[in-house]
Design a protein around this ligand. Structure first.
Ligand SMILES: Cc1cc2nc3c(=O)[nH]c(=O)nc-3n(C[C@H](O)[C@H](O)[C@H](O)COP(=O)(O)OP(=O)(O)OC[C@H]3O[C@@H](n4cnc5c(N)ncnc54)[C@H](O)[C@@H]3O)c2cc1C
Length: 241
């Protein structure tokens, strides 16, 4: 893998602190839903910084979309979220990762569990499923603090409203929209049981989010009877340096 130049072409605001950047990466070899890339920024004085970001878009030629949430006092994310303009370039290296991926030809229902920005690689899977018209049952449990922190809200609502086997449940941990029946709080056994995908040999679970979230959810799934080999995890810890 080598570094490729990638030009920012378009932006979509997702939340007050998060935006999606659409890159045109010339020479991109393609990717699978769930993979991530390394992003390298180079300052005028030659100083470089690298960070990892999941790819939000399904495979689409040399188009690569990243969704970045600003980390307060961070070095790279405030630039990507707030300062980068159309036409600016970064370098990308990837795609990275061969385990945390979903391929449409894989059969068996899929359980997706996201904590915060951990929705990004899972959204690539949801989009890939929609793009190819896959009949595979997908259940997404998406844990967020409050309604204004939901990424891709309209798209998720539209896709789950099609009634073609994608179920989306938003789990609010601090404040929920009026009328939400589930009490606010962290994901628990009832949430997992509620998706109606009991552990079976053909069910695969993908869990992504902050490290502590991923570890808690993986433990929850094992306690519910899911086989460890059926659980794929991606941890969004700090990267680069
Ligand atoms: C495989 C992988 C995929 C990722 N995908 C995404 C993605 O799709 N979208 C996204 O927004 N981020 C993603 N991240 C996180 C991303 O790589 C950066 O860590 C994040 O953008 C912060 O970078 P920064 O330079 O702004 O902050 P830094 O300057 O690196 O850090 C500033 C401070 O924040 C802390 N910090 C940094 N990152 C995190 C973190 N992730 N969790 C908790 N504390 C942190 C640092 O320890 C430090 O104290 C991913 C991480 C991994 C490992």
């Amino acid at each position: 893998m080598h570094w490729l130049p990638a030009k920012a072409e378009d932006f979509r605001e997702e939340t007050a602190t998060t935006r999606t950047i659409v890159f045109d990466a010339s020479g991109w070899s393609g990717h699978l839903a769930g993979q991530h890339v390394d992003v390298r920024l180079t300052a005028e004085d030659g100083y470089q910084a690298e960070r990892s970001y999941s790819i939000a878009s399904p495979p689409d030629g040399q188009r690569v979309e990243l969704t970045v949430q600003r980390v307060r006092d961070g070095e790279v994310s405030p630039y990507l979220v707030g300062e980068m303009r159309a036409g600016d370039e970064v370098e990308l290296r990837g795609p990275v990762g061969g385990w945390f991926v979903w391929r449409p030809e894989e059969s068996g229902p899929v359980l997706l569990i996201a904590g915060g920005s951990g929705i990004v690689p899972l959204m690539a899977m949801v989009r890939q499923r929609a793009r190819v018209g896959s009949p595979t049952a997908f259940a997404l449990l998406y844990s967020v603090r409050s309604p204004d922190e939901v990424f891709y809200a309209e798209e998720l609502s539209r896709l789950s409203g099609q009634g073609d086997g994608l179920n989306v449940s938003l789990l609010y941990t601090r404040s929920a929209p009026e009328g939400t029946s589930r009490p606010v709080g962290r994901i628990g056994p009832d949430d997992v049981m509620g998706v109606n995908l009991p552990p079976r040999s053909d069910v695969r679970a993908y869990v992504c989010g902050p490290t502590a979230f991923v570890e808690a959810v993986a433990g929850l799934l094992v306690a519910q009877g899911y086989d460890q080999s059926a659980i794929r995890t991606e941890r969004f810890g700090p990267t680069g340096g």
